[in-house]
Ligand binder design. Sequence first.
Ligand SMILES: NC(=O)c1ccc[n+]([C@@H]2O[C@H](COP(=O)([O-])OP(=O)(O)OC[C@H]3O[C@@H](n4cnc5c(N)ncnc54)[C@H](OP(=O)(O)O)[C@@H]3O)[C@@H](O)[C@H]2O)c1
Length: 245
Amino acid sequence: MAEAIKPVGVVAGVSGGIGRALAEAMVDSRCFSRVIGLSRQRPADWREDDSRAWAHLDLLDETTIAQAATHIARIGQPTRIIVATGVLSDANLAPEKSMRALNADAMARSFAINAIGPALIAKHLLPLTPRDRPSLFAALSARVGSIGDDRLGGWYGYRASKAALNMMVRNLAIEHRRTRPLGVCVALHPGTVKTRLSAPFENPARSDAALTPDRSAAALLEVIDRLGPDDSGGFFAWDGERIEW
Ligand SMILES: NC(=O)c1ccc[n+]([C@@H]2O[C@H](COP(=O)([O-])OP(=O)(O)OC[C@H]3O[C@@H](n4cnc5c(N)ncnc54)[C@H](OP(=O)(O)O)[C@@H]3O)[C@@H](O)[C@H]2O)c1
C-alpha cells in the first residue's frame, strides 16, 4: 500500500516577528507532521528536528520560490500555508506622508514584496495542496490596505501594495475553488503588533494597545480554525471581524 502523504504546515517569513510566532504555535499544536519555515536566512535559533524544517526563499527571486516548493513537496503535502512576509520601510523605502514623496522605485519594491511575492508563493504552493481535503492559504495583509477603510491617507505604496495583495487573494480564491472546493484562501490583518516592521512607527502613547507577536499569532490561528470554504476570498482581522475591501 502506498504511504499516506503527510500534512505539513508552511510559514513564509519565519524570520519575522509574526511569522516566527505562527510557526512556533503551529509546531506546538502538533497538527502537522512538520512545520516548514521559509525565509531569506535561517533564523539563528531555528533548530531543525522531526517537527520542523527550513528552506531558503527570497520573494524577489522566483527561482527560490520554485525550489522551496520542490523541497516542501518532498517532505509532505501542505494543508496550511501562511505568508507572513512584508515590508513597510527599509533603507530605500519610507511610508509616504504626501504625494510629493512618491518614488517609482520605492513603490515598485513595495509591490514586489507585498503583492507579487505572495502571489508567486501561491502559484508554486497551491498546486501542492490536497484536492479532496480541507486546506488553507492565508496572506498577512493589513487593514490599511482596505480602500473602504482609508480615511487618513498617506502610506501610498504600502496601502496600495496591500490592496493589490487583497485582489490577488480574492482572485486566487476564485480559481482555487474550481479544483479544490474545500480549500480556503484569505487575507488576514494581524492587528498592530510589536515587531521590527512596526517599531519605527510605534506611538508611545498607544504602545499598550499593540499586540505581542505570540498574542497576534494565537488569535490569527483561532480565526483560521473557524474559517471554511464559504469564507474563501475574504479579508479578516485578528479578532475575527470581516474587513471591507
Ligand atoms: N506588525 C504590525 O503591526 C503589522 C500590522 C499589519 C500588517 N502586518 C503585516 O504582517 C506581516 C508580517 O509583519 P511583521 O510585523 O512580522 O514584520 P517583520 O518582523 O519585519 O517580518 C517581515 C518578514 O518579511 C520578510 N521579508 C521581507 N522582504 C522579503 C523578501 N524579499 N523575501 C523574503 N522575505 C522577505 C522578512 O525577512 P527578513 O528577516 O529576511 O528581512 C521577515 O521574515 C507583513 O505582511 C506586515 O505587512 C504587520
